[in-house]
Structures are given as C-alpha cells and as structure tokens.
Write a protein that binds this ligand. Structure first.
Ligand code: HPA
Length: 245
C-alpha cells in the first residue's frame, strides 16, 4: 500500500522503522523521497505529492514519476489524500469524502504514460475512475474506526494554482461536481494506465468559491491549513483500520 499526501500532509507520523528511498524512474524523479515503513503491521510507502517542503505546484508535479516510483517499491494499491474545496453540502470544511467519479478540467499537464514516441498507446477503461475494491476498503475502515467519510461524489480537477472564480464553481456544480481540487488528475488516470488500484480520500479544507453560507467569503491559506489539520487528526485511526483490514 502506498499513500500520497497532499497539501498540509507532508509526513505520516505513525510510520515506524522508516527507510528513505530516492528512486529515479523512466519518467524522472518523484516529488521527494519515498518513506517506507511499518504501519499497523503492514509495509507502507508514503510520498508527499508537492515535496516535503511544498515546493511543487499542482501543474508541475511529476505524477508519472511519483506513481512509477511507488510501483517500483512494490506498491499495488495507492490511496491518494487530496485537499479539496467543498461544493455540495456533504462536503463542508473538515469533512472527509471518498469520491466515485471525476471530471478533468486540467490542461497542459503530462497526462499519460503513452507520451514518448514508440510507446504502446493504451486506451484504458476509465468509466469508473477509482478502484471499487479500494474504495470499499476505505469506507469499511472508516466505519470500523468511527470516522465519518462521505461515500461517493464527483471530484472536479482544476488547473490551479489559483483558486476558482464563483462562476467556475457554479459551472462545476451544474456539471455535477461535489468537490474541487487541483491534483486529482492526471494522477488517477496514470494510476489506471500503470495498473495500480487507486482511490482518493478527499479532505475538505474550505467551501469552494461562493459555495458556502457566506457567498462573499475569501479563502485564506490559514483557513485551509487549519481545517486540514483538524480533519487530518481523524486519519491515523482510519489508516490503521484500513491496513489491518
Ligand atoms: N479549489 C481547488 N483546490 C482546492 C480548494 C479549492 O477551493 N481547496 C483546497 N484545494
């Protein structure tokens, strides 16, 4: 099992007997060292998506290298932790969610492992973009740990790094998006191409622009980090139950 941490989640404090790896893949180097250790009796790899010092914006992350590095270290399942803004009522700040659909609004990112000339062109099935079995395991673990996690919902992946306009969020709501983040794609698509079981555990940091009770609210980084810190306090018990299960 591998865990990719997002904004506000740069390490897994519970990891024991940690070894650090700096793999270089055919796609280049990942965002930072991969920390491999034991958690709840299982070997787990952890990687901070934006680098441990958050030096990489969402559009510059080498998603291919990150996933290939985790796979090279033996991971077959990847749980992606993604900090998001909430659009629909189930995704209020500090909530956790496990979406089952996504819409990709990103552009100009390297979004496939079929990029280099001469590589086989894959047209992977992506109708159900997240692994059904890993999602079920996450939801069962959440129940066992007594941690509320919203089941399902559509993740809208935006380009960033700026946040969205209110009109963009209104359009995304119309499109059927329940949450919005900047890193869900191309990560999920590349994971599918690589044959990894991949699911997203979304951590709601704020109401998306204009989606909350105060339509004039300004989203600050401090609010985002505070809400992620509060929501993340629920992760150790959930991850423990997931790995034991
Ligand atoms: N929009 C996009 N990405 C985000 C947000 C948001 O409001 N909050 C945290 N990540």
């Amino acid at each position: 099992m591998a865990i990719i941490g997002g904004t506000g989640l740069y390490q897994l404090a519970q990891l024991q007997d940690v070894e650090s790896h700096q793999p270089v893949t055919r796609y280049g180097a990942p965002s930072g060292p991969v920390r491999v250790g034991m958690l709840a009796g299982r070997r787990v790899a952890f990687l901070a998506r934006h680098g441990e010092g958050h030096s990489m914006p969402p559009h510059r992350v080498n998603y291919r290298a990150n996933l290939a590095a985790l796979q090279a270290l033996g991971a077959t399942r990847v749980l992606a932790l993604n900090t998001v803004g909430g659009i629909s009522t189930a995704f209020a700040p500090r909530a956790l969610g496990c979406p089952d659909q996504l819409i990709d609004y990103t552009w100009g990112r390297v979004s496939t492992i079929c990029e280099e000339p001469g590589t086989e062109v894959l047209h992977v099935d992506f109708g159900e973009p997240y692994s059904r079995s890993l999602r079920a395991a996450v939801l069962a673990a959440a129940k066992k740990a007594g941690v509320p996690v919203a089941d399902g919902g559509c993740y809208g992946a935006t380009q960033g790094p700026r946040l969205e306009t209110r009109a963009e969020i209104t359009r995304m709501r119309r499109d059927g998006c329940d949450l919005v983040g900047m890193t869900g794609m191309p990560e999920a698509g590349i994971a599918r191409e690589l044959g990894l079981e991949y699911a997203c555990l979304a951590i709601v940091a704020n109401w998306a622009a204009g989606a909350g009770p105060d339509p004039d609210e300004v989203i600050t980084l401090q609010d985002v980090l505070d809400n992620v810190a509060v929501a993340s306090a629920k992760l150790p018990s959930l991850l423990g139950a997931l790995l034991e299960g």
